[in-house]
Design a protein around this ligand. Structure first.
Ligand code: AGP
Length: 608
């Protein structure tokens, strides 16, 4: 929920500019307050305030801070409102220890009370501030230099909850101390400079060599070395070289990351579908062996999971299938046993609701196949079979390319299962696989090219509306749900999705003249009935929009139409959702909102 970056270097450059630039690249992780600290000639300097990075930087000139080591933080408030005092970094009573933190310290009230009783002065309402005062206490208990790491370990051992912690101490002016549990922290490695950050784009322009810090690991970074240990044992992971370019993490000329990422879907789909067949066979094997299958996710990823559920429903008629919103997992945990396969879908691989559920199902002996966009992130690391979408960094808070990439990966898995249970023979499998791999990116490109201007025009028609409905049937219903969430979360129009047949059981009461009703209507077995639903809406003079294909009767009953090329049930959840992404984007822009930073939302939800 927050963005962290830390840098230490032996070259005589001030790191404050690199830290500020890095924070800008992490702004999608939180943007209600920001701060930076450096050590210069043994003295710590801190600048911080409530407000966006640009606003606070303009006021305080972050780049004027001198020093070859520093840390920065952009905040998404969880404890204490956005304010100068609650902004990170936080310091102890002496001013010699500085920390930034992402996550939630669940036992902070208990720790804070004990520290206050010992005379510590707190300057914020945050949970994070207990970390530096605990460290101050630990240092009082032990000796000098060699004990800073010991004191840090003792401090971390007292914390309960989730954390990505980055700490510096004025008497150790080239060392950064790191610890992580459940909140992401990655290390960037280059000869004379080391980085730590919440996400790779923060330092991608300087190095592509990355080490992902794992849960329970403690690390120190100096300009020349990375030291990592877990439970007192040293570990030496090899850096992975990420294929992302600094360019791919920038806007590349688009007005917003979200529009860039909508346009990147064809390449994201192509890269994602270029997956090693062996791993698909292994995942399919897990599906076939499972006594029951549970799709587990949140938000937009849940809608991808729903399309996977429907694909499996079509193929595995007899196998018990469930779909669970991860924050509701506890209600359904009795379903899980060693015979269960969990298919966990999470683009960030860090969503705490999903992580908590996955951690629990592991204890029950269930198998886990995960789909994530960030290599080596927490949820894949908890899975027997991690599958990766290769959508590249998704900076916009509203998920677009990662969503369709997830849908494509689940379609690929469904096709593998269909073959492995003998429903289609080798020749049919190869033909359908070829079509999935070759046609999907092309169809996505065609849909974008033929419908972007229509989405922009429709946005100008509905931008003054307060409500909208998205209706569909069967396999198309998750598309309606995703379309409604997109419109709701970035344009703030209250949009809802219903199974089209449900309208007459209540929702239609709200429909009045010009009320936008978007119908997801491919020419499949739902065609006839969805036509009838369009009639119902037109009878109440709703503004009927259909996402459909040529020659569908519904076109005559629609005020506005998006035409989608004909395709298989595997590809339709991708091709039909893209116009809805574009509609949400252009409606948000027309209504004067920033689609990349929707209010109250953050890119990765690491709180429960
Ligand atoms: C993204 O458009 C949504 N705002 C959000 O619901 C997101 O899909 C959800 O938080 C899950 O994130 P994840 O895929 O990283 O687990």
């Amino acid at each position: 929920m927050c963005g962290i970056i830390a840098i230490t270097t032996s070259s005589k450059i001030n790191v404050s500019k690199m830290i500020t630039d890095g924070l800008k690249k992490l702004e999608y992780r939180g943007y209600d307050s920001v701060g930076i600290a450096t050590i210069n000639n043994g003295k710590i300097q801190v600048l911080k305030d409530a407000g966006s990075i640009d606003t606070v930087n303009k006021r305080m000139s972050f780049e004027d801070l001198e020093g070859t080591i520093g840390i920065g933080h952009t905040r998404w408030a969880t404890h204490g409102p956005p304010s100068k005092e609650n902004a990170h970094p936080h310091s102890d009573c002496t001013g010699n220890i500085i920390v930034v933190h992402n996550g939630i310290i669940e036992n902070y009230l208990h720790l804070k009370e004990a520290l206050l009783n010992k005379g510590h002065q707190f300057s914020s309402e945050t949970d994070s501030e207990v970390i530096v005062h605990l460290m101050e206490e630990e240092l009082l208990k032990t000796g000098r230099k060699q004990s800073i790491l010991e004191a840090f370990k003792q401090t971390i051992a007292q914390l309960e909850g989730t954390y990505a912690i980055t700490l510096i101490h004025s008497t150790d002016p080239d060392t950064i101390f790191l610890a992580r549990k459940d909140s992401p922290l990655v290390i960037g490695v280059r000869e004379d400079i080391k980085f730590a950050a919440s996400d790779i784009p923060a330092f991608l322009e300087y190095t592509k060599k990355v080490i992902v810090l794992r849960n329970g690991e403690i690390a120190t970074l100096t300009p020349k070395a990375v030291y990592i240990e877990k439970n007192g044992f040293r570990i030496q992971p090899k850096p992975v070289v990420v294929s992302w370019t600094a360019e791919s993490a920038q806007k590349s000329g688009y007005p917003h990351f979200m529009l860039k990422e909508i346009h990147e879907q064809p390449i994201a789909l192509k890269n994602t579908l270029n997956i090693n067949p062996d791993i698909m066979e292994k995942a399919s094997n897990k599906v076939l062996k499972a006594g029951k299958i549970i799709f587990l996710a949140c938000g937009t990823s849940y809608h991808a999971g729903l399309t996977g559920y429907h694909q499996f429903l079509r193929i595995l008629q007899k196998k018990p299938l469930y779909k669970i919103i991860a924050s509701e997992y506890e209600t359904y945990s009795s379903l899980v046993d060693e015979d269960t396969l969990i298919i966990a879908v999470s683009q960030s691989g860090e969503t705490l609701d999903v992580m908590k559920a996955v951690t629990h199902v592991r204890k029950l002996g269930a198998s886990i196949v995960s789909l994530a966009n960030v290599v080596d992130s927490s949820i894949p690391r908890l899975s027997q079979i991690p599958l990766y979408t290769k959508a590249g960094p998704e900076i916009g808070v509203a998920a677009t390319k990662t969503h369709t990439a997830q849908v494509a990966l689940l379609a690929r898995l469904a096709l593998q299962v269909e073959h492995d249970i003998g429903q289609i023979n080798r020749t049919e499998f190869k033909e359908q696989l070829h079509s999935l791999i070759m046609d999907t990116p092309q169809i996505a490109r065609t849909v974008i090219n033929q419908n972007e201007f229509k989405a922009k025009r429709l946005a100008s028609i509905i931008d003054n509306q307060q409500h909208a409905y998205f209706l569909a049937r069967g396999l198309n219903y998750p598309i309606a749900q995703e379309g409604a969430l997109k419109l709701k979360e970035i344009s703030y129009i209250h949009a809802e999705a219903f199974p089209a047949g449900e309208s007459k059981h209540g929702p239609i009461a709200l429909v009045e003249p010009q009320f936008p009703v978007i119908m997801i209507a491919p020419n499949d077995r739902t065609a006839k009935k969805i036509q009838g639903n369009a009639e119902e809406m037109r009878a109440r003079r709703a503004y009927v929009v259909s996402v459909t294909e040529k020659n569908h009767e519904i076109i005559k009953r629609s005020d506005y139409t998006f035409l989608i090329p004909k395709s298989s049930p595997l590809i339709r959840p991708i091709s039909y959702v893209i116009p809805l992404q574009m509609l949400a984007y252009y409606t948000a822009v027309r209504r004067g909102f920033d689609p990349d930073k929707p209010k109250n939302l953050a890119k990765t939800v690491t709180v429960e």
